[in-house]
Design a protein around this ligand. Structure first.
Ligand SMILES: Cc1cc2nc3c(=O)[nH]c(=O)nc-3n(C[C@H](O)[C@H](O)[C@H](O)COP(=O)(O)OP(=O)(O)OC[C@H]3O[C@@H](n4cnc5c(N)ncnc54)[C@H](O)[C@@H]3O)c2cc1C
Length: 406
């Protein structure tokens, strides 16, 4: 193997989506001077889930761990050098029924317990904040979380890569990792590039998004995550909107499993109100975007467009079917592989939590304290006794109820 005498200290990260970039950034900032990141993608394109995400960042969660990861991520995103990656526009969770409004009051208390400010707005206030996105006819009020916001995931990832490089991490783009290298049950590197060049490493971190299970399986490890397909729709560019990101909050309709935001000259919305559509990624899958399945998603998007005022009249633009990963408890898989020394995971994380995941994993790898979350809660083997089917059923069950935890 190539690598020389220091290969035992090298950390190879597979994947330079938002999660791999964050892991590399944290490792390098903590002073680790031999971090190499491989990604099959080019420097400028993001064919994975990150390149498709609209960038909602919500910190209020039923899960204390998700909230801690999200809050840490927001703090990082807001202070990244090199450009503006986080817009603190706030989030409105619109109540269209009395139960949701009652829940909003309880969520204010819950938020306070997490150190997160939130307040309940009446219908007029909520509509006034985002008249194009909040349905005045159906809105009873809304929960408002002022410190929530939105990122541009592509820009955010670029800034993380650049910051990681400034701190000393090396990125090898257009370099596919074909397999993990193992010796006597220990992962000792990867095979990378068209020639399958061996690259030695003391630790290998899989941050390969929906492709993680493909590589992990090669080392005999089952990753308990399920890839799921998800629709998102943009309007065309609209007269009267400009490129500048205004203060329009992101808007969620938890009762309808719909969310919406402004993207400069366009609006966008996504819906979870359809039967979940899982996918088993293969090594040959080159993008997290799949053809749009009209039969599965068409009706859900039609219902969503009738709910959000801006979409009732605006001409429809691009619509997409993007794939991302979910786990049975919605927490990411962060930490070492059980029983396979040398192999680590930073998998099944949202953009919302990627900064915190990088923080957590880098500190674990370097044996530093100050972890954000009890590592047992994110342990990749926490579902070891579960069948494949049970993992998938539990993960998909969260799909429509995503706003109860995110
Ligand atoms: C439509 C849609 C909407 C979403 N909305 C939101 C949202 O609003 N908020 C939010 O927080 N999250 C959202 N998500 C989820 C979020 O996008 C993902 O969870 C997150 O981007 C995952 O990042 P990642 O770095 O793990 O994976 P990816 O971005 O997929 O990156 C993985 C990288 O690994 C590389 N790779 C894989 N295998 C190999 C290999 N063998 N060799 C070399 N390179 C390899 C790939 O090229 C890729 O660049 C959404 C996702 C989708 C699809």
């Amino acid at each position: 193997m190539s690598g020389g005498q220091r290969a035992s200290e090298r950390v190879v990260v597979v994947g330079a989506g938002v999660v791999g970039a964050s892991v590399a950034c944290h490792l390098a900032r903590l002073g680790h001077d031999d971090v190499v990141v491989f990604d099959a993608r080019s420097r400028t394109e993001l064919p994975g889930s990150t390149g498709l995400a609209p960038g909602f960042v919500g910190q209020l969660s039923a899960s204390r761990e998700l909230s801690a990861l999200a809050r840490d991520s927001v703090a990082q995103y807001a202070s990244l050098p090199g450009g503006k990656a986080y817009w603190q526009v706030g989030c409105l969770e619109v109540a269209t029924g009395p139960e949701r409004l009652e829940r909003a009051h309880r969520d204010v208390e819950h938020g306070a317990g997490l150190g997160l400010e939130a307040r309940v707005l009446d219908a007029a206030e909520a509509v006034g904040m985002a008249p194009a996105l909040v349905d005045a006819e159906r809105t009873l009020g809304a929960l408002f979380v002022p410190s929530d916001g939105a990122v541009d995931p592509v820009l955010l990832t670029r800034l993380l890569v650049e910051e990681a490089e400034r701190a000393g991490a090396r990125f090898r783009f257009k370099t596919h990792v074909g397999a993990l290298e193992a010796e006597r049950g220990r992962v000792v590197g990867v095979r990378a590039g068209t020639d399958g060049e061996p690259v030695a490493a003391g630790r290998v971190v899989l941050a390969a998004g929906i492709w993680g299970p493909v590589l992990a399986a090669g080392a005999g490890v089952r990753l308990p995550m399920t890839a799921v397909q998800h629709p998102y729709l943009y309007t065309r560019e609209l007269p009267g909107l400009d490129d500048t990101f205004t203060d329009t909050p992101i808007v969620r309709y938890p009762d309808h499993s719909v969310y919406t935001r402004r993207h400069g000259r366009r609006y966008g919305l996504g819906s979870y109100a359809h039967a979940p559509l899982p996918l088993t990624p293969s090594a040959g899958l080159s993008s997290a975007e799949l053809p749009f399945p009209e039969d599965n998603f068409g009706a859900a998007l039609d219902r969503a467009t009738s709910l959000v005022p801006a979409f009732r009249t605006a001409p429809r633009g691009r619509r997409l079917n993007g794939v991302f990963a979910m786990t049975p408890d919605e927490l990411p898989l962060v930490g070492p592989a059980a029983g396979v020394p040398g192999l680590w995971f930073a998998e099944a994380s949202w953009v919302t939590h990627a900064g915190g995941v990088g923080h957590q994993l880098a500190r674990m790898l370097l044996d530093e304290g100050d972890l954000l979350v009890d590592p047992a809660r994110l342990a990749p083997d926490r579902f070891a006794t579960w069948s494949e089917r049970r993992v998938q059923d539990a993960a998909l069950a969260h799909y429509q109820g995503i706003y109860e935890t995110h």
